[in-house]
Design a binder for this molecule. Structure first.
Ligand SMILES: [Zn+2]
Length: 119
């Protein structure tokens, strides 16, 4: 099987799929990476994302929450406790949604770099 392009691999990673075949799942749970692809058998041993996904998630969530905070503060639509509840909920939901996508992206990037080195 040929190695897909970096863009294809990254998109497959964001979709939480194997960066090589795009069919097998990349995760055994919410964030636990599989050792090998259940479809093509590609090994992901040594492919780790470390803290990259957490940093990217923090950066993306900040770009969602800060404009929301500015919007809510400028319009004065809600009371302070209600505003905090909305912001806390949005922070939790966006963080939990984006973290596995960012981890898939980083795993695919690391896998793609390693695949290029080995051919
Ligand atoms: Zn695969």
């Amino acid at each position: 099987m040929t190695t897909p392009s970096l863009t294809t691999s990254l998109l497959r990673g964001v979709a939480r799929k194997c960066p090589r075949c795009g069919v097998g799942g990349l995760f055994a749970g919410y964030l636990k990476r599989v050792e090998t692809c259940p479809h093509c058998g590609e090994s992901f041993e040594g492919v780790d994302a470390d803290d990259g996904p957490a940093w990217l998630t923090i950066g993306l969530v900040a770009h969602i929450i800060v404009p929301l905070l500015i919007f809510l503060e400028s319009r004065e639509l809600l009371s302070y406790p209600a505003e905090m509840a909305v912001l806390l909920g949005a922070t939790i939901v966006s963080s939990l949604t984006l973290l596995p996508l960012c981890k898939g992206l980083f795993l695919a990037a690391v896998w793609s770099i390693a695949a290029k080195k080995t051919g």
